[in-house]
Design a binder for this molecule. Structure first.
Ligand SMILES: [Zn+2]
Length: 359
């Protein structure tokens, strides 16, 4: 199941341009061509980005006492127990309020974005073959960096992979970063090779010739950066990406809860500023439609106790879309597709100060 666990860091020079500009797409499509989600009905006057986004609601914060209690609980509790037991323990101690449901806020950036002092990051995820809806419906705000947190295909077919690469590589952002998700089956070489995996999902093997080819296509692209247990440094910020999640049916990039997850997350460098994983950590943007939480406890533990990134971007649980915080890290479930796999959830943006300006 596991691929290589090495942490690699590539450094891109500031100002490197990746790919062609395609801003005409944004101009040609009338704003509002896409039916917006029910709330809010009208676009507010005070916009921070060019299209389609509601104003930034305040980021939900967690009282410090609660955080401390949580840290203590985590320290004292033997988390090798099952996820269900962990839930039960957390519920017993803190009640439902411990779980930080996403606020649905879609803009955690500055009110007035200043691109001379700040870098704007635009995050999307789980486009499931419907990526072109984002550009065709003018849903993509301007920015310097776009991040896709995986599941860009439906079942990882080579045509789907290539179509995504063509589209993603042509977007008008200076830096474009993508990881794989559990649906991008052909990118998980060890999963792909086992026929039983395909049978268990009731799927035909997408195209036997593409085993390994998809990964090569992603890795060799000059138009975007593909991260798989690897990092890139952009404008002084370290960004790490990993496709894994705790077992989720029998899809790709699954890890057993507990030791396997812990070992995998242990590869994430502690000095990571922006973490991208396909799956959410426990308690943030991970509540499934049926009420259970699919997030990874071990990921939460590494993120909260060790890595403490400024932002943690993920997707996977479409209905967990939105943002939340533990006071140190802002968690972003950037799923573009909603529960019904319709690409209606807006990109979520955040801003970080330019390091050269801050000096
Ligand atoms: Zn998905």
């Amino acid at each position: 199941m596991s691929t290589n666990g090495d942490s690699k860091t590539a450094v891109l020079p500031a100002g490197q341009d990746c790919g062609t500009q395609d801003s005409n797409v944004l101009r040609q499509i009338p704003v509002g061509a896409l039916p917006l989600p029910p709330k809010p009905k009208a676009l507010p006057v005070q916009q921070t980005v060019s299209v389609g986004l509601p104003p930034p609601p305040p980021v939900k914060t967690i009282p410090v006492e609660k955080l401390e209690a949580l840290y203590n609980l985590e320290k004292d509790y033997d988390w090798s127990h099952s996820q269900n037991e962990a839930y039960a323990k957390l519920l017993e101690k803190f009640g439902e309020s411990w779980f930080r449901d996403t606020t649905g806020s879609v803009n955690v950036g500055q009110n007035s974005y200043n691109n001379t002092t700040h870098i704007r990051f635009v995050t999307i995820s789980d486009t499931h073959k419907k990526h072109r809806a984002l550009s065709n419906n003018s849903m993509l705000p301007k920015g310097e960096v776009i991040i896709h947190a995986g599941d860009f295909t439906s079942i990882g077919g080579i045509k789907e992979v290539k179509d995504f690469c063509d589209w993603f590589g042509s977007l008008p952002y200076k830096y474009k970063i993508v990881i794989a998700g559990n649906h991008d089956l052909s990118l998980d070489k060890s999963w792909y090779g086992i026929d039983q995996n395909w049978r268990s999902l009731g799927l035909p093997k997408v195209a036997t010739s593409c085993n390994g080819e998809s990964t090569e296509i992603m890795r060799s692209s000059k138009n975007f950066i593909y991260l798989e247990d690897s990092a890139v440094e952009i404008e002084g910020y370290k960004i790490f990406g990993a496709p894994w999640q705790p077992e989720f049916c029998n899809w790709a990039f699954n890890l057993e809860r507990g030791k396997q997850c812990d070992e995998r997350w242990n590869n994430i460098p502690t000095d990571t500023d922006i973490l991208i994983t396909h799956g959410p950590p426990l308690g943030h943007g991970d509540r499934c439609k049926h009420g259970l939480r699919a997030g990874c406890f071990d990921l939460l533990r590494h993120v909260q106790n060790r890595i403490k990134p400024k932002y943690h971007v993920f997707g996977h649980i479409h209905e967990g879309y939105g943002t939340s915080t533990n006071g140190a890290t802002t968690f972003i479930n950037a799923s573009t597709c909603n529960y019904q796999y319709r690409p209606l959830q807006q990109p979520i943006v955040f801003d970080l100060p330019k390091k050269t300006e801050a000096k």
